[in-house]
Structures are given as C-alpha cells and as structure tokens.
Design a protein around this ligand. Structure first.
Ligand SMILES: C[S@@+](CC[C@H](N)C(=O)[O-])C[C@H]1O[C@@H](n2cnc3c(N)ncnc32)[C@H](O)[C@@H]1O
Length: 178
C-alpha cells in the first residue's frame, strides 16, 4: 500500500507533471505573483513591528501595485494607513544623462492619465478617502506635495519609476519622512 501511494506521489512530483504547461498555468493563475507576495510580506512586517505610518508610492502608472498595497495593508490590519500616490500621470519626463544614454526608455512611456488611475482604484475596491494623489514630476514635489503630507511619516515606500533621475528625486523628497 505504501509503495502504491509513493508511486502516485512520485508520478505527480516528476518534472514531467510538475512543470507541465497546465500545472504551471494553474499555479500562476491561482497563486499570488511575485509583487503580491512581496507586498503581503512588507505589510505583514509593518504590522509585526508596529510601524505606524503611511504608504507612499512613486510611479503608480495604472495603479496595479497601489491597489495591491491597499488590500494587503487591510489584510495586515493597518487600518490607519493612508496611501499617497505620486506620478506625473503623463509617463516618463524628457530623458537626460544616463537615462537617455542607455537607450532603453522613451519619453511619455507608461503614460496613464489621472482620471483612469482614479477609476482603476475605484474598480479595484480601494477606498478613495484613504488616498492622496499628487500629479507632478518628482522634481517638483518639494513645492507641490509637502503641504499635503505635513508631519506624517512613511512606514512603507514603493519606488517604481524606472528612471535614475526620478528615483533620486523621490529618495531626496522622502528623506524627511522616514
Ligand atoms: C513602471 S511605471 C510604474 C508601474 C506601477 N508601479 C504599476 O504598479 O504598474 C513607471 C511610472 O513612473 C512614472 N514616472 C517616471 N518618472 C517620473 C518623474 N520624474 N516624475 C513623475 N512620475 C514619473 C511614470 O509616469 C510611470 O507611471
């Protein structure tokens, strides 16, 4: 009997079955993707360490990771967390320096307008009362966003703007909120 169950186990555990299109397809469809797993862990960690603070995302595009952040924060019972979205809502700005040289990025790529972003959040079941959106290039954040944040702190930050210069600008802006 043991041998029978063991042979069934071996059959289903064989690479031929384990890595076939059907099983891999089902896994990708049913299980969380990498970003979801990371987001879940980050929010659980914030909860575990009692980090009181808000979520800030730099480069939100259509809202995919933002929506994930919102729901995983709720799962982790971070009920007082506010969600700040920062984006130009017109894609990459004019490129310069290393961002231009690498030839990989194009101005205006990843453009999604503010209204579409807001609609996506509503469709994604995000409570817009918990959300503060800033539409600006990151180089202008000092001027346009400081007053919206006040003396709050960030416990979770997600920087996903691809561009070197934009990443530096986001980090510089963030220094005061850690
Ligand atoms: C890869 S997308 C973000 C993807 C998004 N996190 C998601 O979940 O799908 C990069 C975003 O960064 C924004 N971005 C890049 N450089 C920027 C800058 N200097 N100022 C404002 N937004 C910028 C673009 O508008 C774009 O929406």
């Amino acid at each position: 009997m043991r041998r029978f169950f063991y042979s069934i186990y071996r059959f289903f555990n064989s690479p031929r079955i384990r890595y076939c299109l059907l099983v891999e397809g089902a896994r990708r469809f049913l299980a969380y993707d990498t970003r979801e797993v990371m987001m879940a862990k980050i929010m659980e960690w914030a909860r575990f360490r009692n980090l009181e603070g808000d979520y800030m995302e730099f480069g939100v595009f259509r809202g995919d990771s933002f929506i994930k952040a919102f729901h995983f924060a709720k799962f982790a019972e971070l009920f007082s967390m506010k969600f700040y979205a920062f984006d130009s809502f017109s894609g990459y700005p004019p490129l310069e320096g290393i961002d231009k040289e690498c030839g990989y990025f194009k101005e205006s790529d990843y453009s999604c307008d503010l209204e579409t972003f807001r609609t996506n959040l509503a469709r994604g079941n995000v409570n817009l009362n918990d959300v503060v959106i800033t539409s600006s290039v990151f180089g202008e954040l000092d001027r346009v966003a400081r007053h919206k944040i006040g003396s709050k702190v960030a416990s979770v930050v997600w920087i996903d703007c691809d561009i070197y210069k934009a990443t530096l600008e986001a980090l510089t802006f963030l220094v005061d909120y850690f």
